[in-house]
Write a protein that binds this ligand. Structure first.
Ligand SMILES: NC(=O)c1ccc[n+]([C@@H]2O[C@H](COP(=O)([O-])OP(=O)(O)OC[C@H]3O[C@@H](n4cnc5c(N)ncnc54)[C@H](O)[C@@H]3O)[C@@H](O)[C@H]2O)c1
Length: 241
């Protein structure tokens, strides 16, 4: 039980990596709070022992209200997994102002809103917490649409700054960097793209959500007690971060 009684907020917990992370963390003893725009899916993830909240992470007030609810119910926040994210397949010159704002709003600003609320809760209770920001190998490989790549690179910078500033308070912040992973986000792409992606992975397959969840567990747990400000890539060797 590596997360016994650790109050853990997982964003985008309704499916894909977020669901795998929430389930593994619950099996390791965490009290899981599943946030998602899709509350029915989050409820399914959280089960009867966890708490599911309908939250659009791009909405600052909704995020703050969700963390207030967590504090009321559990009294503390130990771990935040900033996992929720959205993609889009626009060519660079076709990215509209609206699409740009939507992707930045969820992937980067939404992650900031959640991290800020988590840090405020940790500071209020003197919690030695852990925050995990979910980037992507796209941040460094440039494979992916520009708004998406920009947000994922932005998260790496956010992590580094937060890690340095918060280390003296015992709050660790790391970036999880998945490569292509077999989730609903990827299942929507054309088959020939998927084949090309797999060809680029030395280990010859996409990650499964559980591969990512095990790395998240390491970063969240005391096993990573002296690890902060780092990028942990889980990608079968497709890019060295
Ligand atoms: N799948 C991949 O190949 C891959 C690779 C690298 C990084 N990532 C990143 O990993 C994370 C999880 O990806 P996934 O593949 O599991 O995605 P997914 O699309 O399968 O699931 C994302 C979940 O986030 C939720 N969500 C979306 N917008 C939200 C919002 N505004 N507020 C709250 N919840 C919201 C969705 O409802 C969904 O349940 C994302 O940040 C993604 O960018 C994915």
């Amino acid at each position: 039980m590596r997360l016994k009684n650790k109050v853990t907020v997982v964003t985008g917990a309704g499916q894909g990596m977020g669901r795998a992370i929430a389930r593994l963390f619950a099996a390791e003893g965490a009290r899981v709070v599943a946030l998602d725009v899709n509350v029915a899916a989050a409820q399914e993830t959280a089960g009867s022992d966890g708490l599911a909240l309908e939250v659009n992470i791009a909405d600052s007030a909704a995020v703050n209200a969700a963390f207030d609810t967590v504090l009321e119910k559990f009294g503390r926040v130990d771990v935040l997994v900033n996992n929720a994210g959205i993609g889009s397949v626009d060519a660079f010159a076709d990215i509209t102002d609206e699409t740009w704002a939507r992707v930045i709003g969820v992937n980067l600003t939404g992650a900031f809103y959640c991290a800020r609320a988590a840090v405020r809760a940790m500071q209020a209770k003197g919690t030695l917490g852990a925050i995990i920001n979910t980037s992507s190998t796209s941040a460094v490989s440039g494979d992916g649409p520009a708004h998406y790549c920009a947000t994922k690179a932005g998260l790496m910078g956010l992590t580094r700054c937060m890690a340095k500033e918060l280390a003296p308070q015992g709050i660790r912040v790391n970036t999880l960097v998945p490569g292509p992973t077999n989730t609903p986000m990827m299942q929507g792409i054309p088959e020939e793209w998927a084949e090309a992606i797999i060809k680029g992975v030395p280990m010859g397959r996409m990650a499964e959500p559980e591969d990512i969840a095990r790395a998240a567990l390491f970063l969240a747990s005391d096993d990573a007690g002296f690890v902060t400000g780092q990028n942990l890539a889980v990608n079968g060797g497709s890019a060295f971060i």
